[in-house]
Design a protein around this ligand. Sequence first.
Ligand code: HPA
Length: 267
Amino acid sequence: MLEQIQETASFIKERMHTTPETAVILGSGLGKLVGEMTDTYEIEYKEIPHFPVSTVEGHSGRLIFGRLGNKDIIAMQGRFHYYEGYSMKEVTFPVRVMHELGIKTLFVSNAAGGTNPTFEIGDLMIITDHINFFPEHPLRGKNISYGPRFPDMSEAYDHSLIARAKEIAEAKGITVREGVYIGTQGPTYETPSEYRMFARWGADAVGMSTVPEVIVANHCGMKVFGISVITDLGVEGKIVEVSHEDVQKAADAAQPRMTTIMREMIQ
Ligand code: HPA
């Protein structure tokens, strides 16, 4: 496992001519941040040894290197989802590779269903914490020496980055919510009873990604910041049929606001 990670990292390093310490994983329909990058160069996932290839509609799989403002970054356009059939090791492989590449701070975005009754479609939610409801743990198995066998998760989402995001949002006049993201395997959206259960557990939003990558990033000692775009509502009385297209559309509408916060944070 470690050998594969290092092989992949050295393949990428040979093609890198910047030294990013920040990486961004962009969720469904949230890839526009890439359009604000300058001096970009790319590597397609399919060219990278040991890298899984993204299959789901609306995700184009590539690593994009370049600058955002004055910062060198890596953007991962398209992530690997557990529901696609990848193992947790595969889902989180790119995060470990990023650690080998020198990444210290990870920004993540996703589309999520709101379970908090005060939320509206199109809201941005700063992720303050998560609940891991995936059936397999990404750190299960032999411990990789990047971090301890039993990693602390008391601040999975860095408090100072959250504080900074709130300052930025206020300065830019962007309304943000805060809340807990529960990660579930999908690929079904939730039944009304499941949404209700997640709300009672303390979740404000539910989605099918992010948690595995954030756990592994923490294990590697990275600081993490995450935003969910609320694309549909799992709230009693507001639950309607939801499709991938609706989710993409809502994500697209909220993208400019999310992109502003991410860009300012990274800069
Ligand atoms: N549930 C799970 N994943 C999601 C949802 C949802 O309601 N919306 C976007 N991703």
